[in-house]
Unconditional design. Sequence first.
Length: 311
Amino acid sequence: MNLIKSNYTIFSLESPEFKDINEAVVFIGVPFGKGNFKNDKCSKFPGYLRSYMYGKNIKLKNQCNFKYLSTKIDFEKLKELIKNNQIVDLGDIWILNNENAKFTYENIYNTYKSFLEKKIVPFSIGGDHSISYPIVKALSHFHEQIQILHFDAHLDVSNSELQKKFSEEGRVTHHFGNVMKLCADLNQVKKIVHIGIRDFVNMNYELPQESIVIYNDEIESNLLDAIDPNIPTYISFDIDVLCPSLAPGTATPVCNGLFFSDIVNVLKILPDDLNVVGIDLVEVNPELDLKNQTTQIATQLISLLVNTIKL
């Protein structure tokens, strides 16, 4: 298993050997940015996040008082994971800068297949959004059906004439802008629920039949009906779903985004028995951040998102 341990861990969690883990939520860094040429420095985020948490002494442990986060979330699932020592940080996937992207995606795919054989629920820290496809592809070997909750300003279903030509020739282009199109092409992916979508560019795309767009002014009224609680769920969270005033540290900011309170409300709407089988948080670029503002909000988002997982 090609994993690189860090001097620090996410939330100061334990970092055991892979062979000693079974039935746990595991944080995994995926420091890959070549899938988004505008935002390649997002590859630095997993290491930067760990250093930030260490410097701020941010820890998850028994007896944490989550009321200090002021989110009106009870964090019962997260508390249970902490109590049972079922949440750890495995480090980063080994990624070489001089390897081509196709090799890296295959590496991610094969590594996650090994993870999932041990009943692990991966929480991936990217990296750019293109990493989601090999992860979902790996999950497709273990679940007959998958639905994706996709938080993003962009649909990520780009299918240009050039891409169509490549596809006809048996070549597959793969990048941050078409990652949900690739996921939709997997037979096991039955539904992709897009949340937070905005921007003119989305008007140019043809939606896969698996896609449902929940517009920002319809979240409270329509989201619950769009989600099937009986289908294993993957959550993919692109930081640009948020308003740039909150999260400037990304290369693709779009005005009029969601606020932190909106995300809290969305997560409160989700069915309590939703079977979350994986999560990723992507596209945070620390070099574009402003006084660690995006890293700070990402830290709180991670605690909220991991609280959706029940083992």
